[in-house]
Design a protein around this ligand. Structure first.
Ligand SMILES: *[C@@H]1O[C@H](CO)[C@@H](O)[C@H](O)[C@H]1NC(C)=O
Ligand SMILES: *[C@@H]1O[C@H](CO)[C@@H](O)[C@H](O)[C@H]1NC(C)=O
Ligand SMILES: *[C@@H]1O[C@H](CO)[C@@H](O)[C@H](O)[C@H]1NC(C)=O
Length: 148
């Protein structure tokens, strides 16, 4: 029974695979989220626009800082997207002390972006995410280039 349901689900998600030429960055903005929640370097994505289930693909693991935090994107990131919210996110984690903890949910209220790790969450200004970070230097690349 569960295998049957699972295979139906896999069929349904692949059926609605990305068949427009919107980029993954366009898609997150269509869902009222800032493009900067995705780092540069997306090579492909899939979206089931009925359920909101998505997968985003990168060539490599991508790490970069967000303010005092270190964030890591696995080469495949998945979750469910709807307006202003990503839930059941998989493949994105944040380093807290010595541990990498999974970011499960991202929500935007139009002013702030909230990243949730279990019961804890942290809010950032939406402006912070207006442009996509680059793997490595993140949002601070221009500042680094400037000073060198
Ligand atoms: C998709 O690409 C085709 C060919 O490059 C172009 O004609 C069409 O306008 C594009 N569609 C969108 C929604 O950008
Ligand atoms: C991903 O890897 C392919 C094959 O090595 C390469 O052609 C492409 O430029 C890479 N894309 C990015 C965004 O790094
Ligand atoms: C979902 O995608 C299909 C195929 O690209 C498209 O025809 C349909 O209009 C889309 N639905 C929504 C709600 O965006």
């Amino acid at each position: 029974m569960s295998i049957f349901v699972l295979s139906l689900f896999v069929f349904a998600t692949s059926f609605y695979a990305s068949c427009t030429n919107l980029t993954a960055y366009d898609v997150v903005q269509k869902y009222k989220l800032p493009r900067g929640i995705l780092p540069e370097g997306v090579i492909d994505y899939k979206l089931n626009n009925k359920t909101g289930f998505f997968k985003v693909y990168f060539n490599n693991t991508c790490r970069f800082p967000i303010e005092e935090y270190k964030v890591k994107f696995q080469p495949i990131v998945s979750g469910f997207i709807k307006n202003g919210r990503i839930s059941r996110l998989m493949g994105v984690s944040v380093k807290v002390l010595y541990f990498w903890l999974s970011i499960g949910e991202v929500t935007s209220d139009g002013q702030e972006l909230e990243l949730s790790v279990g019961a804890a969450s942290e809010e950032f200004s939406l402006h912070r995410f207006a442009t996509s970070p680059q793997c490595g230097c993140g949002f601070y690349c221009r500042e680094l280039t400037f000073s060198s």
